[in-house]
Design a protein around this ligand. Structure first.
Ligand SMILES: NC(=O)N[C@@H](CC(=O)O)C(=O)O
Ligand SMILES: [Zn+2]
Ligand SMILES: [Zn+2]
Length: 429
């Protein structure tokens, strides 16, 4: 199938484009980029007023399948990804069975190939069963297509175990993605430890419970030479550790989520809203400010959602009993456009780095560019579309979105994955 995408404002910092041009797709590749391209043999899509960028990749997503299909499925959550403007997601291994061997990787891939609405890049566990005791079948998982190792949902608790995982797993060349949470220190912590936890009478989850493992894993990356990526970073001091590691020349990257950038613990005050319960917890305004500064100065490499669907009945419990996690993949682009681009904090090119170029690079998956010969993974959005999160429901099976009710400007309209249309004028295909 050939498409001529006409008159969009194309932004691609890698190809060095920032202007109105046509893009021709032929089969799974971009055939031509330029002015006034011929429409012969093409379905023409007029994108005047829209912005066209290399396909967005969310490097931190919980698809829940296999095992937790009551929360979400590969079909429903990749549908949510397409609606949000994403061409690919990295799936997390805290499934049941845990994604800790090649067979489960193969299962995720095969369901995604059959039912998925975007590319799925599976991550594999560091340890069997996420227990932190025995190294998972890393080589087997990589042979079947795992792109990264992580025990996300938990951190690897033992420093010696993490060192052995890195020492062994680094030969496969994949990145180690760390969920930093010292379980001994965090215990049953529910929300950020401080004024708000005291006022709400909830057990505190101290910043140090995250920072200790960030520091530890940076030290272990130095010791072993493994590539390290810090997941859902949430504190100012944690970010400072990453900045110092980069200055030292270590191969260390990090991601921040929209909820840690744009929400703070203050949102919890007086609400006990379980949609605002997640790991790591919402932190202070000073932490969020520091993260945004990191997005601007390059310390934060990627914006990833940690999309974590849960069933309504699971979240409709007392705060202490509700599971941790918020959905976010359907509103992430709108949030970044509204809160970072419209405000002049970053430009479109930086947004593309954070949501497309860097996630692909860190995961080591095929790059996508708006250039002839590149794979046709493309995201198109209307920067002027105003909408309210959750007002027309969600494509995700879950509705535990921390941003429900927030008014945004900017929304994905069209998505192509390998030249196949997965979102057409706002409707998932
Ligand atoms: N972030 C969360 O609060 N929850 C995630 C797990 C995780 O990312 O650690 C989940 O699987 O629900
Ligand atoms: Zn996590
Ligand atoms: Zn996660």
């Amino acid at each position: 199938m050939a498409f001529l995408l006409k008159s969009a404002h194309v932004v691609d910092p890698v190809a060095g484009i920032d202007g109105v041009v046509d893009v021709k797709i032929d089969g799974d590749k971009i055939a031509e980029v330029g002015e006034n391209l011929s429409a012969e043999g093409c379905e023409v899509i007029d994108l005047a007023g829209k912005v066209l960028v290399p396909g967005l990749v969310d490097m931190h997503v919980h698809l829940r399948e296999p095992g937790y299909e009551h929360k979400g499925t590969i079909e429903s959550e990749t549908r949510a990804a397409a609606k949000g403007g994403f061409t690919g997601v990295c799936s997390m291994p805290n499934t049941d069975p845990v994604t800790d061997n090649g067979t489960v990787i193969e299962y995720v891939k095969s369901v995604a190939a059959r039912e998925g609405h975007c590319r799925v890049y599976p991550s594999g566990a560091c340890s069997k069963g996420l227990k932190g005791e025995i190294i998972a079948e890393m080589g087997d998982m990589v042979a079947h297509g795992a792109v990264a190792f992580t025990d996300d949902g938990r951190g690897v608790q033992g420093a010696g175990m993490m060192r052995r995982c890195m020492d062994y797993g680094k030969m496969f060349g994949k990145v180690f993605m760390s969920h930093c949470q010292d379980e001994d220190l965090v215990g049953d912590g529910q929300v950020n430890e401080g004024v708000v936890s005291t006022r709400l009478g909830l057990l505190g989850w101290p910043a140090e419970g995250e920072e200790i493992q960030i520091a530890r894993d940076i030290a272990l990356a130095r010791l072993t030479g493994a590539k390290l990526h810090i997941q859902h970073i949430s504190t100012a001091r944690g970010l400072k550790l990453v900045r110092a590691a980069k200055a030292e020349g270590l191969d260390v990257t990090c991601e921040a989520t929209p909820h840690h950038l744009f929400l703070t613990e203050d949102a919890l005050d007086g609400t006990y809203d379980t949609r605002l319960k997640m790991n790591p917890p919402l932190r202070t305004a000073a932490d969020a400010e520091a993260l945004i500064a990191g997005v601007v100065d390059g310390t934060v490499d990627a914006i990833a959602t940690d999309h974590a669907p849960h069933a309504a009945w699971e979240k409709a419990r007392e705060f202490e009993l509700a599971p941790f996690g918020t959905t976010g993949i359907e509103c992430a682009l709108g949030l970044v456009l509204t809160k970072l681009v419209e405000t002049g904090t970053i430009d479109y090119a930086r947004m593309v780095e954070l949501m497309s170029v860097n996630p692909r690079r860190i995961l080591g998956v095929e790059p996508a560019s708006i250039a002839a010969g590149s794979v046709a993974d493309i995201t198109v959005f209307d920067p002027a579309a105003t909408w309210t999160v959750g007002a027309d429901g969600y494509e995700s099976k879950a509705d535990n979105c921390a941003f429900e009710g927030v008014e945004l400007t900017g929304r994905a309209t069209d998505v192509f994955v390998g030249g196949v249309r997965t979102l057409a004028d706002g409707v998932v295909c």
